[in-house]
Design a protein around this ligand. Structure first.
Ligand code: ADP
Length: 169
């Protein structure tokens, strides 16, 4: 007898956490890939007072909300405290991270190992973005915006406007 799943073909809810300071087209590419594999995805914007961000958590959330509006099974949220506690509270088990280049690996593997230590049931799934975004980072985008060049290629129109406001372009 075949076992019936509550969501045939789907894999439940995936949580994609990060700073998203700001969200780039690379992040969005990962959200889109996740939305095609899982039933739904929550992009979880980290509220970590110990980290210095360019944009407030409300601004970062607003940019994510705007960008995922057209993806029916994606939503935005914020979290603070331990990521694994947030994942448990959302009744999820899968955590998504993006892997761009080999240099991401050290940090990402450390993070995945720590999260697994904190909660052995959590599963980190790494997704690779389109190669056009392999060298794209929030900090690089901010640097380009700060220097007054166009960032349209790298971020959504809404994020580009927020960057222009922030850096007075
Ligand atoms: P964090 O501070 O948690 O690393 P980031 O917003 O920098 O937050 O990144 C969130 C996740 O998205 C990380 O797994 C990071 O590797 C991934 N990521 C960042 N930029 C890209 C990109 N251009 N393509 C794919 N993944 C990316």
């Amino acid at each position: 007898m075949t076992k019936r799943h509550s969501s045939p073909g789907g894999r439940g809810l995936a949580i994609y956490p990060g700073s998203f300071d700001p969200l780039t087209r690379g992040h969005l590419d990962v959200v889109q890939r996740t939305s095609r594999i899982f039933d739904s995805v929550v992009v979880a914007v980290a509220h970590n007072p110990a980290k210095k961000h360019t944009f407030s958590v409300a601004e970062r959330l607003g940019m994510v909300e705007d960008a995922v509006r057209h993806i029916p099974n994606a939503q935005a949220d914020t979290y603070s405290g331990l990521l694994v506690d947030y994942i448990k509270a959302r009744k999820a088990r899968v955590l998504i991270r993006g892997l761009r280049v080999v240099s991401d690996m050290d940090y990402e593997f450390q993070l995945a190992a720590m999260n697994r230590r904190l909660w052995s049931a959590v599963e980190t799934v790494f997704l690779m973005p389109d190669e056009n975004y392999a060298y794209l980072s929030s900090s690089m985008v901010k640097e380009v915006a700060r220097l007054g060049a166009s960032v349209d290629e790298f971020v959504t129109p809404f994020v580009a406007r927020q960057l222009a406001k922030k850096f007075g372009a």
